[in-house]
Design a protein around this ligand. Structure first.
Ligand code: XMP
Length: 535
């Protein structure tokens, strides 16, 4: 199976916050979907040979100056098209309908009355709940189209030209507030586009292994393993594909959580028998961080040190293999003697090339996710076997590759580790306080099963000391903040309304068990305007 042979749905991105949700809904139906720029040429689409095209929503009005446009030939390719919201207005306007400009958005729940029998609404009955979020409204149909559903406010809430297989919806079928929206998407995929359900994790893994082997041939690959989900799944996948041609380097930067280094060594070294080079660089990182309190400076130092340690580890591996191959040591340099390739666990949301319209989050690439600078500096070629996957798909792949739950279901943990959760200077003593508090948060969250229901849950050590009383003694000690958030992708987040009993238990355990802490606070800020991490 390779993506070219799959049933493929192209999603043209007009900047909606829901574009990625559409792509995920399609993939949940086991059909491969890809997000592409909205200005893609019809000829290019023809080459990609999709079974269907979905035009996403977007924040613009079709009347805005510079509103995103579309190659009109797309409607003549003979490929079924489903326009959603902005996609509907664009389609209707270009095909001869009339769209009324509205400066105000209609936003919220509504009831859709299904008027005509159409394969798009097969099995849905007479009315369904829907979610609206649109400004402009269609007031006259384009030629060849008929209305297939209406709402109280709109006679043309859904329209179709069955002859040309063009469909359009004013509402959002992809969001969970349209409870039966998935059935509409399924109808589009299977009844209209005749897609096969060929996007499965098993077939992805086989295909990814074949592609990795084709790309790297007999060459060796190095991977910086952090113990997080993405690099771990990438490691397991590469190991399945190329076995001992893969070397993983795990850098202990001294900023890890309790037992983290042991878990990674056990899972990858002992269970998977992956070639794992463990580098304990704690002292190097901690002495570089001594006296530093500025958050950005801390991050820069950690990034710089990581590159240094990684380079040294690669050179050491090169020397080892050169000695084995009896190559003169003088011929060695940082150039990748042994390792031509660097593997990274880059995911699909990081690579979607999108038009930045109205601050579409999909267009914001999170640069901090990968270690910038390494590939250029060391002349590596990149291997990124997870580039096609969303996070939930990566977890699924990890499970199928046999990774244990403690790795696959891990919450995200930032590259700079506990350093961005210690406000002020990072010292061994303060690290120990945070580590102990964090261990309690983790174990209580797991024991109550909340760990897997939230995006992240962790402790932060504040640079604040306050007065307390313990026994008959006055204390003057540190404060821990608890951060527990829910989020879809880390771009926005809300604090979790945790049951009081669990908060109470975490708090009392921290104050009683962690030496140097006499107060615990709960962070009740959303992102934005706050961030998830404190630094
Ligand atoms: P913020 O703090 O920006 O975090 O709201 C958003 C998400 O990204 C994670 N994060 C990082 N991940 N390297 C990473 O790999 C980093 O430097 C980094 N900083 C933040 C954070 O844990 C959250 O999930």
């Amino acid at each position: 199976m390779n993506p070219a042979a799959l049933s493929r749905i192209l999603i043209l991105d007009f900047g909606s916050q829901y574009t990625q949700v559409i792509a995920r809904r399609v993939r949940e139906c086991q059909v491969y979907s890809e997000i592409v720029r909205c200005d893609i040429a019809a000829a290019e689409i023809e080459q990609l040979a999709p079974r269907g095209i979905i035009l996403s929503g977007g924040p613009a009005s079709v009347y805005d100056k510079g509103a995103p446009q579309i190659d009109l030939q797309i409607f003549s390719l003979g490929v079924p098209v489903l326009g959603i919201c902005y996609g509907m207005q664009l389609m209707a306007r270009h095909l001869g309908g009339e769209v009324e400009y509205s400066p105000r958005r209609e936003y919220g729940a509504g009831l859709l009355h299904l008027d005509k029998k159409t394969s798009l609404f097969e099995g849905l009955g007479e009315q369904i709940d829907i979610w609206n979020s649109h400004g402009d409204k269609l007031t006259a149909l384009p030629e060849g189209f008929h209305a297939i559903a209406h709402t109280e406010n709109s006679a043309f809430a859904a329209i179709a030209d069955s002859e040309r297989q063009l469909f359009a919806l004013q509402f959002h079928p992809e969001v969970s507030h349209t409870p039966r929206g998935k059935e509409i998407i399924q109808n589009f995929l299977f009844r209209i586009c005749h897609c096969a359900m060929d996007w499965t994790m098993g077939s992805f893994i086989d295909d990814a292994c074949a592609r990795i082997r084709r790309q790297v041939g007999e060459e060796n690959v190095v991977l910086g393993l952090s113990g997080g989900v993405d690099s771990s799944v990438a490691a397991a996948l590469l190991h399945k594909a190329i076995g001992d041609q893969l070397t993983c380097i795990f850098v202990n930067n001294g900023l890890l959580r309790e037992n983290e280094a042991e878990v990674v060594q056990r899972v990858f070294g002992e269970n998977f028998h992956i070639k794992l080079k463990y580098v304990d660089a704690s002292e190097r990182f901690l002495s570089a961080l001594a006296g530093v309190t500025d958050p950005e400076t801390k991050r820069k130092i950690i990034g710089r040190e990581f590159i240094g340690v990684f380079e040294d580890a690669v050179v050491e591996e090169n020397q080892k293999s050169a000695r084995n191959a009896a190559v003169l040591e003088s011929e060695l340099s940082i150039s990748n003697q042994q390792f031509r390739f660097l593997a990274q666990g880059t995911l699909y949301p990081d690579v979607i090339e999108s038009v930045a319209i109205g601050g579409n989050p999909a267009s914001l690439i999170k640069s901090h996710h990968n270690v910038g600078g390494l590939p250029e500096k060391m002349h590596f070629e990149l291997v990124e076997p997870l580039r096609q996957l969303f996070k939930d798909e990566v977890r699924l792949a990890g499970q199928q590759l046999g990774l244990p739950n403690e790795i696959v279901q891990r919450q995200p943990f930032p590259g700079p580790g506990l350093a961005v959760r210690i406000l002020g200077e990072v010292t061994p003593e303060r690290l120990q306080i945070l580590r102990d508090a964090d261990t309690i948060v983790g174990s209580e969250m797991k024991a109550s099963d909340w760990y897997y229901r939230v995006w992240q849950s962790f402790a932060v050590l504040l640079p604040v000391r306050s007065v307390g009383v313990m026994g008959d003694q006055r204390t003057y000690e540190n404060t821990i903040a608890l951060r527990i958030v829910e989020s879809q992708d880390g771009m926005t987040a809300d604090w979790v309304r945790m049951p009081y009993e669990i908060l109470a238990r975490i708090s009392s355990r921290i104050v009683n068990e962690v030496k140097g802490v006499n107060r615990v606070c709960y962070d009740i800020s959303t992102k934005p305007p706050s961030t998830i991490e404190w630094e």
